[in-house]
Ligand binder design. Structure first.
Ligand SMILES: [Zn+2]
Length: 133
């Protein structure tokens, strides 16, 4: 207990991390699922963009993962956006997700309604057969 309290939480977190290699350097996955270099703590996707464009990312810019896979740090998958543009990208994603959700809901209601109709038809057929007997 004594020893544990002297070790920072960050260090404990690091000990439990799985590290990988990226372009010959060691990387790890942070709590927000982004890859970082273990030596500098720099975000890998920002490093890839800076290497790709040959200069620092302009201040206030946010890097967006085009295919939404935070682990896909290929230069083609990274897009430099302003904070506002980035917020709008994710806002329209949420809107799209809501539309998708509604569509699924309608499909379920449709299937249930068809099922009920089918049951009614079967019930009507059976009762008319029973009456004939
Ligand atoms: Zn994004």
């Amino acid at each position: 207990m004594q020893i544990k309290s002297q070790v920072s939480l960050a260090k404990l977190h690091y000990w439990n991390l799985k590290t990988m290699e990226f372009e010959g350097r060691e990387i790890y996955e942070d709590q927000r699922e982004y890859y970082r270099f273990t030596d500098s703590d720099k975000l890998v996707h920002r490093w890839v963009v800076e290497k790709g464009i040959g200069r620092k990312i302009p201040q206030g810019c946010v890097i967006h993962h085009v295919n939404h896979d935070k682990h896909d740090n290929r230069f083609e998958n990274l897009q430099i956006t302003t904070w506002n543009e980035h917020r709008n990208i994710h806002k329209s994603d949420k809107r799209q997700a809501r539309i998708e959700e509604t569509r699924k809901g309608c499909l379920v209601i449709g299937v249930v309604a068809l099922g009920l109709i089918a049951l009614c038809v079967v019930y009507a057929l059976i009762t008319s057969l029973v009456r004939k007997l």
